[in-house]
Write a protein of this length. Structure first.
Length: 73
């Protein structure tokens, strides 16, 4: 039950940390910890950066699906 909840939260939270981890070649767990620590230190301003990145990742995925001509085959 807890493992399933953890999986839903990790994959359902926009995928920003996973995406950043893949791009930078580090574990997504470390990226999540970084966001948590920086959010506490900077009094919440990294949440704005996280939301912008979430928007960017979702738009990028949407556009990739729209442009892919092989998607309908």
């Amino acid at each position: 039950m807890l493992y399933r909840l953890k999986h839903i939260i990790e994959t359902g939270a926009f995928g920003v940390c996973s995406w950043l981890g893949e791009k930078m070649g580090i574990a997504s767990k470390r990226v999540r910890l970084f966001f948590v620590y920086v959010t506490f230190l900077a009094l919440g301003s990294p949440i704005i950066i996280y939301m912008i990145l979430a928007f960017w990742v979702n738009i990028k995925n949407y556009m990739r699906d729209k442009i892919n001509p092989l998607r309908d085959l």
